[in-house]
Ligand binder design. Structure first.
Ligand SMILES: Nc1ncnc2c1ncn2[C@@H]1O[C@H](COP(=O)(O)OP(=O)(O)OP(=O)(O)O)[C@@H](O)[C@H]1O
Length: 268
C-alpha cells in the first residue's frame, strides 16, 4: 500500500510540475518520509478505502465532491484565489482549477461588507473551533461581522461583555494570538460581534432580529435562525459553528451562502 501510494504521489508531483500547480492535495495516508518538489496538503479523517468496491461512476462522484470540499477549505486557509491543484486519491489523480470551487463559495464577493483578511481569519478560526471543540466537547457559536453600532441595534448583551474596555490589539481577530481567548469566550451563551476590520466589539451577545420570514434548511435551530435573520436586516456576514455536526455556515442577506464540512481536515 505504502509503495503504491508513493508511486501515486510521485506521479502527482510530476503532473503538478507540468501544470505548474500550487499544491498537491493528498487524500492518501500522510507519509512524512516522501520528498516532493510540490507542496503537499494532507487531507485527514476520511476513508477513501471504503470506495474499493464501488463503480467508476461512484468513484468519480466521490472524488469530485471531496476535492470541492477540500478546495473550499484550502482557499480559506491559504487565501489563494486562483491556480491549479493536483488531487491524489487512492485510485485517481485529478487536476482541479481552484476557481471552480467559487460556485460553492467565493469569499471575494463579500469584500464590500468586510475586510477580506478579517473574513479569512474569522473563517479559519471558525473551522478550528468546529474541529477542536473545547476540553473534549463540541462547541457552537456564531460571528457576526459588520458595522458594530448597527449590529448592536439588533442584539443585546446576554452576559457581561468580556471585551469591554480592552485595547484593539487584543480584540483583533486577524492576530492569531488572540484566538485562544475567542475559543474560551465561544463557550459562553451568545455570539460575537466583529467590526468590518476584524476588531471584536462584543461576545455573549443575544440576537434579537426577527427570524420569522427567514427560510432555513430543516434541522437548524435558534442560533442559525438568529444569525440568518440579522444578516437580512443589516449589511453583515454571519458565520456559524454548529455544535451538533461541526459544520461551519456562512450567511449573507438572510440566506446560507456556504456550508463547510469540517470532518475533512487539511494540514496546510
Ligand atoms: N437569538 C440567539 N442569539 C444568540 N444565541 C442564540 C440565539 N438563539 C439560540 N442561541 C444559542 O444557540 C444555542 C443552540 O440553540 P439551538 O440548538 O436552537 O441552535 P442551532 O441553530 O440548532 O445550533 P447548533 O447546531 O449549534 O445546536 C442556544 O443554547 C443559545 O446559546
Amino acid at each position: 500500500m505504502k509503495e503504491k501510494n508513493r508511486t501515486l504521489l510521485r506521479a502527482a508531483d510530476e503532473l503538478a510540475r507540468t501544470v505548474d500547480a500550487l499544491a498537491i492535495i493528498s487524500f492518501l495516508n500522510k507519509d512524512n518520509e516522501i520528498h516532493l518538489e510540490t507542496p503537499v496538503v494532507w487531507v485527514r479523517d476520511i476513508q477513501p478505502e471504503i470506495l474499493r468496491d464501488h463503480t467508476m461512476v461512484a468513484l468519480v462522484d466521490y472524488c469530485s465532491n471531496h476535492i470541492i470540499d477540500a478546495v473550499v477549505q484550502y482557499k480559506i486557509l491559504t487565501k489563494m484565489q486562483s491556480g491549479t491543484v493536483v488531487a491524489v486519491f487512492p485510485y485517481a489523480l485529478l487536476i482541479y482549477d481552484i476557481e471552480d470551487a467559487n460556485d460553492q463559495f467565493n469569499i471575494e464577493q463579500y469584500g464590500d461588507i468586510a475586510d477580506l483578511d478579517a473574513l479569512h481569519s474569522v473563517l479559519s478560526l471558525a473551522l478550528e473551533i468546529a474541529r477542536e471543540g473545547r476540553e473534549g466537547r463540541a462547541i457552537g457559536t456564531a460571528f457576526i461581522i459588520g458595522e458594530i453600532e448597527e449590529l448592536k441595534r439588533w442584539s443585546h448583551q446576554g452576559v457581561l461583555n468580556p471585551y469591554e474596555g480592552h485595547p484593539e490589539s487584543v480584540r483583533d481577530v486577524r492576530v492569531k494570538e488572540n484566538w485562544e481567548s475567542v475559543k474560551e469566550f465561544a463557550q459562553l451563551d451568545g455570539v460575537f460581534l466583529i467590526d468590518k476590520d476584524g476588531i471584536i466589539g462584543a461576545s455573549g451577545r443575544y440576537l434579537d432580529a426577527d427570524g420569522r420570514d427567514v427560510q432555513l434548511q430543516s434541522g437548524l435551530g435558534g442560533r442559525h435562525l438568529a444569525t440568518a435573520a440579522i444578516t437580512k436586516v443589516a449589511p453583515a456576514i454571519g458565520i456559524t459553528v454548529s455544535e451538533s455536526g461541526g459544520v461551519v455556515r456562512v450567511f449573507v442577506a438572510g440566506t446560507a451562502v456556504a456550508q463547510i464540512r469540517t470532518d475533512i481536515r487539511l494540514s496546510v
